[in-house]
Ligand binder design. Structure first.
Ligand code: ZN
Length: 282
């Protein structure tokens, strides 16, 4: 069964722990992530973007796939299924009604009043179903799903107002982090994170975890980040391995072998990254 994220993230906040989110694209990714976290014996959040949901067939398909694998693979660790960057109230409602246990409403491109209004409607709907809601204030920016946008750093007073008025469970601030592949490692504003952590009592989320050094990631966990999203790094490594496999095995046409060639790379990255999340289970 899928787990509700609320208690797990509140515990993480209390203990200074971090629960990772890895984004999923297909059956193979879900399986690889679940199997690896089972070995690590640690909870994981499966993030799904709207475009991935569309690619896989729809909200019900994603829930069915994830729940089916939990049963068939006898997965005993908590698995949270999360809509990543939900772009509208309707999309969050669809996810909640289909069985997602966590949603992000991203109204960060609107003015703060509109962002609060949209986010509050999602929180109202989600609270009756024990679904966790993440919101964004400021704008993280970078490049995701082919859409590019600039960073607007989170304003602390806006963030306090946003959290108080919406009652969200998790806040994703913009502290210099960016989505997608980066030419240069972003330098995160840890002072801003510290200030947000002092003034906001809910768990904080770092988006764009790919391409940020382990040292910086650990610093964010030490200063209030309880969820880190990683996506691009897995995609880059997976595609490298698949391309290599095709070049070296030109005669192979079995899709399972071609897609599967990238899976060990995904597992390796998760194991490597687990040092950041799971050191002494923090
Ligand atoms: Zn993001």
């Amino acid at each position: 069964m899928l787990s509700s994220g609320k208690q797990i993230l509140m515990d993480a906040k209390q203990k200074g722990r971090c629960i990772p989110q890895f984004n999923i694209n297909n059956l193979e990714w879900v399986k690889a992530i679940m199997e690896t976290f089972s070995i690590l014996d640690y909870p994981v959040i499966l993030g799904v973007s709207e475009s991935s949901i569309k690619y896989m067939g729809g909200y019900n398909t994603v829930v069915g796939l994830v729940e089916g694998l939990i049963k068939d693979l006898k997965i005993n660790i908590p698995i949270i299924l999360h809509l990543d960057h939900g772009s509208s109230i309707e999309s969050c409602i669809k996810a909640i009604d289909s069985g997602f246990t966590s949603v992000m409403i991203d109204a960060s491109s609107y003015d703060i009043d509109t962002n609060i209004e949209i986010t509050s409607k999602v929180v109202d709907y989600a609270k009756h179903k024990d679904v966790m809601v993440e919101g964004e204030i400021g704008h993280i920016g970078g490049s995701e799903d082919g859409i590019k946008s600039n960073i607007t750093y989170t304003n602390v007073l806006d963030a306090i107002r946003y959290v108080n008025e919406t009652n969200i469970d998790l806040l994703a601030p913009a502290i210099g982090n960016k989505h997608g592949v980066k030419d240069l490692e972003p330098q995160l504003n840890i002072d801003l994170l510290k200030e947000l952590n002092e003034k906001i009592k809910i768990p904080l989320v770092l988006h764009g975890g790919s391409g940020i050094s382990d040292e910086q990631l650990i610093k964010t966990i030490e200063n209030g980040i309880n969820k880190i999203n990683i996506n691009t790094e897995l995609q880059v490594e997976w595609s490298k391995k698949v391309k290599e496999y095709i070049i070296n095995n030109n005669e192979v046409y079995d899709p399972r072998k071609i897609i599967g060639a990238g899976i060990p790379a995904i597992k390796d990255i998760i194991i490597k990254k687990s040092n950041i999340f799971i050191t002494n289970k923090r």
